[in-house]
Ligand binder design. Structure first.
Ligand code: PMP
Length: 362
């Protein structure tokens, strides 16, 4: 395919070309059924096979131990900002958060609607350019849970290791780095992630939840907002986003064929080093936003000498086929989102554009 953009969008984001082509082939008629997957019942055998295959592949690729359920829920990760406290925050208890940036802040604001919140650590004083170290975390031993955002999509920071929280339930928003590397799920009581970065198109959010946390909330919670509802029905309580789940299943097959989580990590490290090494060797023309020890493998944020130059960079790069490099409107600067499906060739092309831009403007 000739005209494929160098896609650095933050989400929805690049999908593997092979997956798009496969979906195109299966779009009008799915498996000799005489109809598209989108046209058939979510209670039929054909869709159910896709549904459970996606569940199994997530278990296999993320390494989800037995004793955890995988749920497919709608409403995006933003809905999980509310569902987690609605289900896990009992009256009189406190949820603790690590304030790492824009998305952690949204999660905190939402939890405050349902109970007390404490801040275990914050990097606000550093404009969220770093992830607090594990030794900085300070939370009471009786908090309902500790919440962290494994990758701050907007600031471009990422946790490199996760704390051992013992008896305290650890909750992780992994929307922008799920399956970018192997992780130890057993450290977490609950992990959630919108699909639209590493797992597929928007429309489905996965929740990985330890079974002891799947209990009826003690306060009235709408049926659709209870984990028990989705867990009991294997995420088929109501109509799931069938096409999004089908696409996720195809993306997961692609991840498997490309070495699983470990294969993704190798690819992602190669891509990220190409970009960060170039930034670090640009004699200060490009400046990484995140502190080196907190740099994200998924979202590389950087600045130029002036906002005018950044605008020019965004405009010229767009004209040359690079999509999505403008930083998030809330923080400015530039950002290259280099999720699993972004090929190394896109990074090479970007570095070459950046070199050229510097030589013309340096
Ligand atoms: N958390 C993180 C880390 C995100 O990157 C995003 C989306 N960019 C969200 C939460 C919100 O996700 P959604 O748009 O699916 O509600």
């Amino acid at each position: 395919m000739a005209n494929r953009a160098y896609n650095f969008n933050a989400g929805p984001a690049a999908l593997p070309l092979e997956v798009l082509q496969q979906a195109q082939e299966q779009f009008v008629e799915f498996e000799n059924s005489g109809m598209s997957l989108m046209e058939m019942s979510h209670r039929g055998a054909i869709y159910e096979k896709v549904h459970y295959e996606a569940d199994n592949l997530l278990r296999e690729l993320i390494g989800i131990p037995s004793g955890y359920k995988v749920l497919f829920i709608q409403g995006g990760a933003s809905t999980q900002f509310a569902m987690v406290p609605m289900n896990l925050l009992r009256p009189g208890t406190t949820a603790s958060f690590v304030a790492t940036g824009s998305w952690a802040t949204k999660a905190i604001q939402e939890a405050k609607l349902f109970g007390d919140v404490s801040i275990a650590a914050s990097s606000e004083a550093d404009k969220y350019n770093r992830i607090p170290s594990i030794s900085e975390l300070n939370y009471a031993s009786d908090v309902a849970y500790l919440h962290l955002t494994s990758n701050e999509t907007i600031e471009g920071t990422q946790w490199s290791e996760f704390p051992d929280t013992g008896n305290v339930t650890l909750v992780g928003d992994m929307s922008s780095d799920i399956l970018c590397r192997p992780i130890d799920v057993s450290k977490f009581g609950l992990i959630y992630a919108g699909a639209q970065k590493n797992l597929g198109p928007s429309g489905v959010t996965i929740v990985i939840i330890r079974e002891d946390l799947i209990v009826e909330p003690s306060t009235p919670v709408p049926t659709m907002m209870r984990y028990t509802t989705h867990a009991k029905a294997d995420s088929l309580y109501n109509t799931p986003p069938t096409f999004a789940i089908y696409m996720m299943n195809e993306v997961l097959k692609w991840v498997k064929a490309n070495g699983g989580a470990a294969g993704m990590e190798t690819r992602n490290r190669e891509k990220a080093s190409l970009l960060y090494d170039f930034i670090d060797n640009s004699n200060g023309f490009y400046r990484g936003f995140a502190q080196p020890g907190s740099r994200s493998l998924m979202n590389a944020t950087f600045r130029l000498g002036s906002e005018d130059l950044e605008k020019q960079f965004a405009k010229e790069s767009e004209a040359q086929g690079f999509s999505g490099l403008k930083g998030h409107r809330s923080v400015g600067g530039l950002r290259a989102s280099i999720y699993n499906a972004v090929p190394v060739e896109s990074i090479r092309a970007l570095v070459s554009f950046m070199r050229d831009f510097q030589s013309r403007n340096g």
